[in-house]
Ligand binder design. Structure first.
Ligand SMILES: Nc1ncnc2c1ncn2[C@@H]1O[C@H](COP(=O)(O)OP(=O)(O)OP(=O)(O)O)[C@@H](O)[C@H]1O
Ligand SMILES: [Mg+2]
Length: 414
């Protein structure tokens, strides 16, 4: 690894020297300078342009959040790591939102510190490469990343991700890949009846060597032309998949594929967040039940804090279920428009899942298939062909007024 230049900013001499000693003994790390307060840190970063600024959260002279914001704004090619004496969630959220790359709680081990510096360095390197490419106009091909997420288990994420990916593979002219990021209990391979030779766990063993060829060699072919990166075969491999690995894999997939569809677990892991961060579209799946609505509301609030609302598409699964909650209740309770309606079709979906044969292939004429093909065209920014029908995403029909007031009261305390 090339040398990482680090500036250590800390107002306390003792802890500044301690952190420096941890890093100085690590090969590949060069402590470029030290700063004793926020202003000095800001000026040193401006003149020296290190890859990493390591800041104590209690730095004097400036709020650490403000320092992070200013450094990142004026020096997008510099990564900031915050070292905090306390595990303060509130502060962590603030500094991460201001643009910090990592947040470590003291006492830190040398391993933790070096791992963090290394990961931030790789991210900074990619940012710097992108910046250089942008100035020369050579950004290369850029695939679209679409992540299917729902905080609710069993809401239909994998059914949607698999059928949408197959639809895109059939209807877009370029290559499409489906990545199973449900790292512990991924079942995309079952849903598509695949017998994978390799999984993402194989890539975890080759960290540091990830490139387009290696990633491609770990994909499995589906009969539709779709390529699939399958989840590890057993849950214990999940922990070998790091955020950095996911970022690297997605970088290489973007070079080769027009669309990258990602299936996720309902638990919001750091690897899921890494995928959401780089997604062009987040498909937030919900269903017509109170628990799902409650969880969707929390997830939507978080997503809206992190990302632009244009990036989020709310998808209603089993949209025609007659359960006393209407789609209008969902929209009014969540304050968000439903972008696509996927109907419930137990007969077709259950058989399709059991046989491992996507229903968009087996039953292209069914409404559920046409809605998913319609969504695929919507994501491609194109009009669907006439045989898909014009009611492709399930445009709103007037419905009897639902119980929105009731759900709002329960969920919002209004
Ligand atoms: N539109 C639908 N109509 C009928 N059944 C459906 C529909 N969508 C999903 N299902 C059923 O729900 C089951 C769960 O779906 P799926 O596995 O896609 O959920 P998931 O969100 O991926 O779950 P997990 O959180 O465990 O990963 C499927 O096996 C299927 O039988
Ligand atoms: Mg699933």
């Amino acid at each position: 690894m090339p040398t990482v230049n680090v500036i250590v900013a800390d107002s306390t001499t003792e802890s500044r020297e301690y952190v420096t000693s941890l890093l100085e003994s690590s090969p590949g790390v060069n402590i470029t300078d030290h700063a004793r307060d926020g202003r000095e840190a800001f000026e040193l970063v401006r003149t020296l342009q290190p890859e990493v600024l390591l800041v104590d959260a209690n730095i004097s002279g400036m709020e650490s959040t403000q320092l992070v914001e200013q450094v990142v704004l004026e020096n997008p090619g510099v990564g900031v790591i915050i070292l905090s004496a306390a595990s303060d969630m509130n502060l962590m959220r603030k500094v991460m939102r201001a643009g910090a790359s990592d947040f470590l709680v003291k006492p830190v081990t040398q391993d933790d510190l070096v791992t963090s510096v290394t990961e931030v360095f790789h991210r900074v390197e990619r940012t710097r490469q992108h910046m250089a490419a942008a100035t020369t106009g050579d950004l290369g091909p850029k695939g679209h990343i679409i992540t299917v997420y729902s905080p609710q288990g069993g809401s239909g994420k994998t059914v949607l991700a698999a059928n949408l990916a197959v639809s895109l593979a059939q209807h877009c002219n370029g290559p499409v890949v489906l990545m199973d990021l449900n790292l512990q209990f991924g079942d995309v391979d079952l849903m598509l009846n695949l017998s994978p030779e390799y999984t993402i766990a194989g890539l975890a063993q080759k960290q540091g060597e990830i490139d387009a060829d290696l990633t491609r060699s770990h994909l499995t072919d589906h009969e539709s032309g779709l390529k699939v990166l399958v989840a590890p075969s057993t849950p214990q491999y999940a922990e070998t998949i790091t955020v950095y690995l996911v970022e690297q894999i997605l970088d290489t997939l973007k070079e080769q594929f027009d669309y990258i569809i990602i299936d996720t677990p309902s638990l919001l892991q750091d690897t899921t967040l890494a995928a959401l961060d780089v997604s062009d579209h987040i498909l937030l799946l919900t269903t017509l039940d109170l628990l799902a609505l409650h969880n969707t509301k929390t997830a939507l609030e978080m997503l809206q804090q992190l990302y632009s609302p244009d990036k989020i598409k709310l998808i209603l699964n089993r949209s025609n279920a007659d359960v006393g909650i209407t789609p209008e209740d969902v929209e009014s309770t969540l304050g968000f428009r439903i972008a696509a309606y996927v109907p419930s079709d137990g007969r077709i979906v259950v058989t399709s899942v059991n046989e491992g044969h996507p229903f968009v292939l087996g039953h292209p004429e069914a409404l559920i298939s046409r809605r998913i093909v319609g969504l695929a065209y919507d994501l491609m920014g194109q009009q669907p062909p006439p045989d898909v029908g014009d009611d492709v995403v399930g445009a709103k029909k007037p419905r009897a007024p639902g119980a929105a007031g009731f759900f709002k009261r329960i969920l919002l305390g209004e």
